[in-house]
Design a protein around this ligand. Structure first.
Ligand SMILES: C[S@@+](CC[C@H](N)C(=O)[O-])C[C@H]1O[C@@H](n2cnc3c(N)ncnc32)[C@H](O)[C@@H]1O
Length: 205
């Protein structure tokens, strides 16, 4: 009886998550942010780690953290000498992540309310950057990819996660955008409708 209740609740949560993920609204409504805590199939944190490879002492950038599903997992891996900078257009999302980080005694996250198309950072500042189910919400995706390329160190890395929602960016489109921004694909995992893709800056020349 108890198991049936748990299954029904899980199915309900998944259905609600799926319904919201199919919304047309962008940026993702902060009032529905709790549903972002429902992990998406295949876009697991373990798969993100495998491509992003966070290391102690690194300075990393996350665009569009939402409720911090990835931030609260990545930041501790950067250690006290490392830092995770999170950027979101919605102040409520940033405040939510910082609140959850404080509850967990995670002190190496800094928040910046900004648009991915105009990042408030100097050139070549970050060891790595990532964004999960965000790119499709950004009008002017090439501008965002160009900004990400600008703030990455020459040996830096970028991981993009995409899921089959209304804002889905196909891998082919992503690779084209990345190439136009001066990045090239080095690895990917998942399936076409739920994938992570890793890029590095193209050599100057
Ligand atoms: C669907 S949520 C994804 C949240 C989280 N990455 C996850 O996987 O649960 C998209 C996030 O991107 C943010 N966002 C949308 N457009 C943005 C932009 N132009 N610049 C920065 N953040 C943006 C939204 O506010 C929201 O927090």
């Amino acid at each position: 009886m108890r198991a049936a209740g748990i299954m029904a609740a899980s199915a309900g949560a998944l259905a609600a998550g799926a319904a919201v993920l199919l919304t047309d609204r962008a940026p993702y409504p902060s009032g529905q942010r709790r549903l972002l805590d429902v992990p998406l199939p295949l876009l697991t944190r373990r798969r993100l780690d495998a491509l992003l490879q966070p290391r102690a002492g690194e300075h990393m950038l996350e665009i569009g953290p939402g409720t911090g599903l990835q931030s609260l997992h990545v930041a501790p891996q950067l250690g006290v000498g490392g830092q995770l900078s999170i950027v979101d257009v919605q102040e409520q999302m940033l405040a939510h992540v910082l609140g959850r980080a404080e509850e967990r005694s995670i002190a190496n996250i800094t928040a910046h309310q900004a648009d991915a198309r105009a990042l408030p950072f100097t050139d070549a500042q970050f060891d790595a950057a990532y964004l999960v189910t965000v790119l499709g919400e950004i009008p002017g995706r090439l501008a965002a990819m160009t900004e990400l390329r600008r703030v990455l160190k020459p040996g830096g890395r970028l991981v993009v996660g995409e899921f089959a929602d209304r804002h889905h960016v196909t891998l082919a489109t992503l690779v084209r955008l990345a190439n136009d921004a001066g990045l090239h694909l080095v690895r990917r995992s998942g399936v076409p409708l739920a994938y992570y893709a890793a890029f590095v800056p193209c050599p100057a020349g």
